[in-house]
Design a protein around this ligand. Structure first.
Ligand SMILES: Cc1cc2nc3c(=O)[nH]c(=O)nc-3n(C[C@H](O)[C@H](O)[C@H](O)COP(=O)(O)O)c2cc1C
Ligand SMILES: C=C(O[C@@H]1CC(C(=O)O)=C[C@@H](OP(=O)(O)O)[C@H]1O)C(=O)O
Length: 354
């Protein structure tokens, strides 16, 4: 199985399955001398962990990160940073009925077709349990690039949209509700909607928006490793992601150049920021902002038609503890993936000129 590593200099490799003994990772290429606040790492883990509120999966995991190497007396040593996170609350019997049956729109069918030997318990490697490793590594990356401020929040749940720009929001409000939407009234509507959907055994999609502030100009490696291309890859590698747009995004396609061009101020900043802080694949020093669309969770607690491994039509209903909507827990994952990208480009940029 290829494809378990991300990054060029600051590189994360993850391993593990949802119902195996543990998941974990290795961060290669983190320079020596970075102060690591382990409590801060753990705070990030709490924001993603299952069982954190009534509107997410009720699997209960402590998600304590055990660092095995690469950190000594509170600082990185420049050697590989290895870590593990135990799986403690697997309930594999919830999956015995899908041993020979494929859940529609999960990864059961494709993993079986590709590998032919599928750990069906909890979705195995395809489970979003793996994203705990990304959050742990992202928390380390954030401490390497601590001058940059990466903030994500829930901006839509189904048809309920936060109709405000990030500049008009109080981003310190994000963690004050379980949905992670920085507008109390909209957050209450989103939470009620998720509860309603869950009571029907159904699921719903949503959008996470992210802004990266205090970014120096010059990050990004054209032509293939453009900053927005790597951010796109990072976001699209998160489970259940269906869309990524940055700056003006798809709306830009409806505009005229005379409106869309970001006119300069004398200090090089721009009056508008339709570019989303990136031009030619390189940061220009303005805020980077982007949106990530998540599909509704595939496992429903209601009957749907599907096929078994013999290709016979059968009816199935999901069992166990699933997220009715992933976005509240996806917020820290989006931030973590953004931090991995920015840390990598921060290091790569040190090779750009003498
Ligand atoms: C934070 C988070 C939580 C998730 N929780 C569940 C879940 O409880 N049940 C489920 O079927 N899928 C869940 N998913 C989505 C699956 O992991 C994902 O749909 C599956 O791996 C198939 O991949 P794809 O949807 O990207 O094609 C979750 C995704 C994220 C990001
Ligand atoms: C365990 C986590 O989320 C899981 C993601 C997930 C999936 O299919 O992606 C399915 C569920 O797994 P299980 O049936 O084992 O409870 C979620 O709970 C986690 O995020 O740590």
């Amino acid at each position: 199985m290829a494809g378990n590593s991300f990054g060029t200099l600051f590189k994360l490799t993850t391993f593990g399955e949802s119902h195996g003994e543990a998941i974990g990772g290795i961060i290669d290429g983190c320079p020596a001398g970075v102060k690591i606040d382990l409590e801060e790492v753990q705070r990030e883990m709490q924001r993603r962990k299952p069982g954190q509120s009534a509107i997410v999966t009720q699997r209960k995991e402590a998600d304590t990160v055990k660092f095995l190497s690469g950190i000594f007396e509170g600082k990185t040593t420049g050697t590989p940073i290895g870590f593990i996170i135990e799986n403690a609350d697997q309930r594999s019997k919830d999956y015995s009925h899908i041993k020979d049956v494929y859940r529609p729109s999960h990864a059961d069918y494709t993993y079986d077709q590709k590998y032919g030997n599928r750990d069906y318990r909890g979705g195995g490697r395809s489970s979003a349990r793996e994203t705990a490793c990304r959050v742990a590594a992202g928390a380390v990356a954030k401490q390497l690039i601590k001058d940059m401020k990466i903030t994500a929040y829930t901006s839509a749940v189904g048809e309920i949209n936060l109709e405000k720009d990030y500049k008009d929001l109080d981003l310190s409000e994000i963690e004050k509700n379980v949905v992670r939407c920085p507008d109390e009234e909209t957050a209450a509507k989103m939470e009620a909607h998720i509860r309603e959907i869950r009571s029907q055994g159904d699921t719903i999609g949503g959008v996470v928006e992210c802004v990266i502030q205090n970014v120096p100009a010059g990050l990004g490696e054209p032509v293939f490793d453009k900053l927005h291309a790597k951010l796109g890859q990072a976001m699209l590698s998160i489970n259940a992601v269906k869309g990524f747009e940055y700056g003006s995004g798809f709306k830009g396609a409806t505009m005229r150049g005379s409106d869309h061009n970001d006119l300069f101020n004398e200090d090089g900043s721009t009056r508008t920021n339709y570019s989303g802080g990136i031009q030619g694949g390189i940061s220009n020093g303005m805020d980077i902002y982007f949106r990530v669309a998540f599909k509704p969770v595939a496992t429903l607690i209601q009957k749907q038609e599907t096929i078994d491994t013999e290709g016979q039509k059968v009816e199935m209903q999901g069992k166990g503890r699933h997220d009715p909507c992933v976005v509240p827990r996806a917020v820290p994952i989006v931030e973590a993936m953004a931090a991995l990208v920015m840390a990598d480009f921060y290091l790569l940029n040190k090779t750009s000129k003498i």
